[in-house]
Design a protein around this ligand. Structure first.
Ligand SMILES: *Cc1c(COP(=O)(O)O)cnc(C)c1O
Length: 365
């Protein structure tokens, strides 16, 4: 039996009837961009996170770069971000002409809060915290640092829908929480989608303006905006998925619990969850010094895996202009050489889980 790292089809068939009904309803409505479905989704997603406002956008990357645009952060400004993130986090900063300042991650793959203050300069305007792999970062410390240094706080929640720190949902700690609804995310659409949450009415209003060519009133354009509108079909389908989110979270938690309880190969480092934090297991990421052998070994047994991420942003060709070299962020680079995401998805059967566990436990390096 072949096991893939993800099975988006299972996520669809699980609620097939509801998805199909909603899709037909939207197709037949005659209204396809920014309408009732988007408004309802925004209300429901805001309520789910506990934020006052949600604004639907076209992607997670748009959520990030528009967040910094709305906050007025651009050329000459610095934004602190963890070095081991997905490159989109960094692009959200640099699209605006601002400079990313990288911080090494901690043992939970999130920003090491002990290493933030040494990076703060008079140009620092914001911290972009990424709740990587679905686990909440150490928000008590980060919020305190933002207050003390008068920094804006933006959260990249593309992988953390539903993850909490001290009972509060990620995305609601700072000025703006940025979400992606890309199909493989924990709350995924059937195409691209994104959004932000905020408690600030002006930020919400500005974001609505920016997503629609900088216009609040038709053909009256206040700023140079973007075309970043969530469409009705995706919003409708997201509402279906959101209505089952508790069940979907539970399922991932159960798979993660099985992995944590049954994987016992000393060659593997399993993920741990920070005190006060919860994880929604967007990925289940293990570490292995013989990672590349492990990938081949699993492949031979029909088990697919993914590396999140093999090249850290500071070593990516796109950011050669920042002038970093190998060795500049040793923890990040070590993670890039050793991390491996094992299969974790909605609809993963008990047999599939068992097959993954047994294969991993028999790996001898
Ligand atoms: C997926 C992702 C993004 C980008 O979202 P898109 O919808 O693909 O643009 C940003 N940051 C992180 C951490 C992500 O995982």
């Amino acid at each position: 039996m072949k096991i893939m790292p993800n099975r988006l089809d299972r996520g669809f068939y699980r609620y097939q009837r509801e998805f199909e009904d909603k899709a037909l309803e939207v197709l037949r409505s005659g209204w396809y961009v920014l309408g009732r479905e988007v408004e309802s989704f925004e209300e429901e997603f805001a309520a789910y996170t506990g934020a006052r406002y949600c604004v639907g956008l076209a992607s997670g990357l748009d959520a990030l770069w528009l967040a910094f645009r709305v906050l007025g952060i651009g050329a000459g400004d610095e934004v602190i971000v963890q070095a081991n993130t997905y490159i989109a986090s960094v692009m959200g900063i640099t699209i605006n002409g601002a400079t990313p300042v990288f911080v090494e991650p901690d043992a939970y793959y999130n920003m090491d809060t002990e290493k933030i203050e040494e990076k703060i300069t008079e140009r620092t305007k914001a911290i972009l915290v990424v709740h990587l792999y679905g686990q909440a970062s150490g928000m008590d410390r980060i919020v305190e640092i933002c207050r003390r240094y008068h920094l804006r706080l933006v959260e990249d929640c593309a992988q953390s829908h539903g993850a909490c720190f001290d009972g509060q949902m990620t995305g609601t700690f700072g000025d703006i929480g940025c979400f992606s609804f890309y199909p493989s995310k924990n709350l995924g659409a059937f195409g691209d989608g994104g959004g932000i949450v905020t408690n600030d009415e002006k930020i919400a209003r500005d974001m609505r303006m920016y997503r629609n060519y900088g216009s609040e009133k038709r053909y009256y354009n206040k700023v140079v905006g973007a075309n970043s509108r969530l469409d009705e079909l995706q919003a409708g389908l997201l509402r279906v998925r959101l209505s089952h989110i508790q069940e979907l979270e539970e399922e991932r938690r159960r798979i993660a619990a099985r992995y944590a309880g049954e994987l016992d190969n000393p060659l593997l480092v399993l993920p741990e969850v920070r005190e006060k934090a919860t994880a929604v297991w967007h990925q289940y990421v293990i570490r292995c010094e013989a990672r590349d052998e492990l990938i081949r070994y699993l492949e031979e047994r029909g088990i697919g895996t993914i590396i999140h991420y093999p090249i850290p942003p500071h070593l990516s060709e796109a950011y050669a202009y920042l002038g970093f070299r190998e060795g500049d962020f040793p923890i990040t680079e070590h993670y890039a050489r050793t991390v491996l995401s094992i299969p974790m998805y909605s609809g993963m059967t008990q047999e599939e889980q068992t097959q993954v566990i047994e294969a991993l436990n028999h790996f001898q390096g």
